[in-house]
Design a protein around this ligand. Structure first.
Ligand code: 5GP
Length: 180
């Protein structure tokens, strides 16, 4: 285990198994259709690549990059799109792929933006769901894991751009992470 982790929540093996199960469910639900996977950079990319490879339906990939609107996120949920999608999603089946849903405020903003572009369908698929912290009711259709109200890193999730490449998801020691 990495020395900065307090505890491992999910090993790489557990993550891979769960992604496989989820991919099976999604492939069944979208049988005969093509899905646009819209991924929020950068944290969700690790989840996306494994999920996309495990799907048996045709998919197209597109990416969004966002930043909090003001330094220190004094206005939670107010985000700015730094990089928009490359393709039109009108009349397409779209799945928004997220690394983690916490308060849900970021997702609410993104869903508003994307639904305004009139996709035929729009659902959310998140790697981690920190349900106890939810402030707004967001429809999360697919989730890999529910997690407790702790700050986690690994498998794409960072703290100050570190720990993304850890093969597991773990709780960061509180001496390292303060204030979230
Ligand atoms: P929300 O708007 O749902 O509160 O914010 C979600 C964003 O907060 C995520 O995309 C992620 O950047 C950050 N976040 C929330 N909880 C965690 C966590 O436990 N670990 C990490 N690394 N980021 C988190």
């Amino acid at each position: 285990m990495h020395e900065d982790l307090e505890k491992i929540l999910f090993t790489r093996e557990q993550i891979m198994q769960r992604i496989g199960e989820l991919a099976g469910e999604i492939s069944r639900d979208y049988e005969g259709r093509e899905l646009i996977l819209v991924t929020v950079l950068k944290g969700a990319v690790f989840f996306l690549t494994h999920l996309a490879q495990s799907l048996s339906i045709p998919v197209r990939l597109d990416f969004l990059s966002i930043a909090s609107f003001s330094p220190g996120r004094t206005l939670p949920g107010v985000v700015r799109i730094n990089k928009d999608l490359d393709h039109d999603i009108q009349h397409r089946d779209v799945m928004l792929v997220e690394d983690i849903v916490d308060t849900g405020l970021t997702l609410r903003y993104l869903l508003n933006v994307l639904s305004g572009r009139q996709p035929s369908s729009l659902v959310v698929c998140t790697f981690l769901d920190k349900a106890p912290r939810r402030l707004v009711d967001i429809p999360v259709k697919y989730r890999c894991f529910e997690i407790p109200d702790r700050f986690v890193v690994g498998f794409g999730l960072d703290y100050n751009q570190r720990y993304r490449t850890l093969p597991c998801v773990g709780i960061l020691k509180s001496q390292i992470y303060q204030g979230k």
